[in-house]
Design a binder for this molecule. Sequence first.
Ligand SMILES: [Zn+2]
Length: 80
Amino acid sequence: MISCSDFMAEIGNYLEGDLAAEVRVQLENHLAHCQICHVVVDSTRKTLQIVTDTGSFDLPETVSKPITERVMARIREAKR
Ligand SMILES: [Zn+2]
């Protein structure tokens, strides 16, 4: 079983679908049992959607990636 901090370390990759299949399975198993991470994934996904939707164009990878990282950094700070 992975821990919440393991999950948080991979959440950016998880949301971007940038994971090995076996890692994704582990994260999804954790997500199924952990309400905290479930909420974090949910709100992060919504935040990213809002950020992306308010742009009048599709954000290129180079722009959207730092946004993910900024959201992640904020979550990590909130957890401290
Ligand atoms: Zn968790």
